[in-house]
Ligand binder design. Sequence first.
Ligand code: PEP
Ligand code: MG
Length: 888
Amino acid sequence: MDKLIYRFNNQSFKSIKNSKDILGGKGANLAEMVKLGLPVPPGFTISTKVCDYFYKNQKKIPKKLIQLAKKEILVIEKISEKKFGDLKNPLLLSVRSGSRVSMPGMMDTILNLGLNDKTVVALKKRTKNGRFAKDSYRRLIQMFGNVVLGIESHFFEEIIENYKLTKGVLQDTELDESDWDGLIINFKDIIKKQTNKNFPQNVNEQLWGAISAVFLSWNSKRAKIYRKINFIPDNWGTAVNVQAMVFGNMGDNCATGVAFTRNPSTGYKEIFGEYLINAQGEDVVAGTRTPQHLSKKFKHKSNSTGISMEESMPKIFQQLKKIFSQLEKKYRDMQDIEFTVENNKLWMLQTRSGKRTASAAIKIAVDMVDEKLISPKVAILRIDPNILDTLLHPTLDEKAKKEIIATGLPASPGAASGKVTFSAEEAERLKEQMQDSILVRIETSPEDINGMHAANGILTARGGMTSHAAVVARGMGKPCVSGSAEIKIDYENKFFSSGEYQIKEGDLITIDGGAGKVMLGKVPTVKPDISGDFSKIMKWSDKYRKLKVRTNSETPADTKVARDFGAEGIGLCRTEHMFFDDKRIISVREMILSKTLEDRKKALKKLLPFQKNDFVEIFKIMNGLPVTVRLLDPPLHEFLPKTEKDINNIAKELNISDNDIKSRIVELHEQNPMLGHRGCRLGISFPEIYQMQCQAIFEALIECKKKKIKPVIPEIMIPLVSTAAEIQILRNLVQKTAEKIQKEHKIKIKYYVGTMIELPRAALRAKDIAKYADFFSFGTNDLTQTTFGISRDDAGKFLNDYVDNKIFHKDPFVSIDERGVGELIKIATERGRKEKRSLKLGICGEHGGDPSSIEFCEKVKLNYVSCSPYRVPIARLAAAQAYLKKNK
Ligand code: PEP
Ligand code: MG
């Protein structure tokens, strides 16, 4: 077996390559602090490898470890001039967990090990502080009872609380030595009663019990859940740090505190932290006493009356300040620190990279580049792209009170409040009256587009992260909570219920699309400030990325947002989304319901000017950048009238009977529409539809030319191709349409024709397909759906079970399944490029805005990613990170 124990100040530590893997974050940083010459109480770290051994060997501690630990304790005894279990000058130890990455509060810690009925008397004599000695002993019994023996902590807490009540005091600090004496007896009784054993008086039994308990806490329920949420592998295990205790609770020249080297909320370079005089570390976090600020500045800012550390312990405060800058120089990052002052001597107990808000992360990264602590490359790599989301959308005021009534999937970030409405029309009506609304639907369909635009946010009871509502909302930058299974909607009676709540149409609710939460009433929001630092990070990202970043957009408003966020083109313009405008839907329905080619052509003619104008607008905004226009994709019945009123309207318009319409609807019904008459299959059956769309694109180009708008080279994209023959036929159709228009207008038109790769067969036959395609765009929403055979609209119902059972590590509709879907992308990329070296490759599924999928796109050398407008900055940063990681 590898080395089991590492002394904090042992030189052998230097030779460990990935020190955090072996020593855990806490152990590695304690050793670093010793190396820097900072005051750290002596101790040692038991390697994470032992944790691995422990679980592989019926939860046994290796014998060799016991021998090695004995030797290390001798070293601690020598340095501290105390002895473990000694009856004159007892050494007390702490045992703390420490995994590779911090898992705050998830695992266990035991303090004051080494106290028993005898050593506590020695401690009292030695420190001349009976209250401190007894308080330390009861803390040990309490922690040991809870962590090692598994007794719920409320048993102990209740006894203290009841005792304080009878004594008529509020604070623990008001209890004296004799009070603790009595409580110690009570605590020991609890242990005896609950476990049928006595609290161990043998100090070694205490120590090894504590070490085993820390290993066991790696697999506690809460630690497992935390790992699942944060994608931390179960096999990493925890290290254990055994260290001499120092005390912040021995009197008024003692203190304990936590600090950040910069302000973790704003990122400003100022000392930010709290401390408590005469207390142990847990008191600061427990909230039983109100901690005071470290600096005078913060004390004044918060109108606090307590004395700051800068005033009460000025020398120590200055020493801390010096240490903060030493640590920042060493780690080149903002640090989160724990310290203790024992009899006017400062001890450092922990340092780690501090958690921070999104805006602080950006400010700190940019400031550190200015301070020459890090390079722009490091700054880029340090920011989690996903956090940018919170900077681009309004967020809920953190201080506001919230009453959560339901939860769902965090489908599209941002917060919105408004009146509950159950129909798109009502949302539009409210908008006309300048009123805010939240559109609540069981699920949305393309017909709801206008309502979604009009509403301030969207809430659905069904549907996953790539459901219609989620995709469209993200595209629009509208907050959306999807798949909230808790809510039951009654359209007829216009209310929804969630548990005990019943929310009627017109009631105010708030949704947080970044957290997947639904709240009662209007919760105030704040508009985040996108400072100059943000654009600096973006500029650096652009310098270091190879992947281009485009956007998925079909409306002028969205396209404009995407351009402002730095989109370098449109990677997917879903033309069907343009069909749902009130004025066009009638003609769209007319087209679908037409029985003859002639009738269909008539309807298409009405649609042509609308489509043409849309393209002119978009081309104008894109100002010469590439625009990929996808020809009609979804099954036609999605556009059909559903209500009696709509059926009646369309019947009148077409001058046929309601029953005729109804029978046509039945004719068009499909059992499995996602695998049915959609995509290029529509183009094959009804070439006139694609013809009209191409005509609109080409005529828009001509119009732009007339208006002296910078020319765009459109990329016409054929959806859902599975065979070379399909694209061959449809490419021909595009070509013929172009030729006709060129002839008519005597103008040369430049354009490309390509296809989406959304079906496994298309990926496998990429070589044949590439013969007829100038570009491929991976439609990974459908490719994921068709590779797994899992419906993208229904997956939400069971995906959690798959993640719980570790079948899926992550939702494959969010992050690319590299081994399956990714393999198909790799195959298609290689085979396609083999046929045509100039083949342009991109991705336009939702994965195009997901940082880990973007990393994959860089690995397989795609040319661009395309994502919804609000994800463009995220993709720019993620693309830079992907390039930098690949070329480390
Ligand atoms: C896809 O399938 O990935 C895609 C982009 O097309 P849609 O989501 O419109 O089916
Ligand atoms: Mg698709």
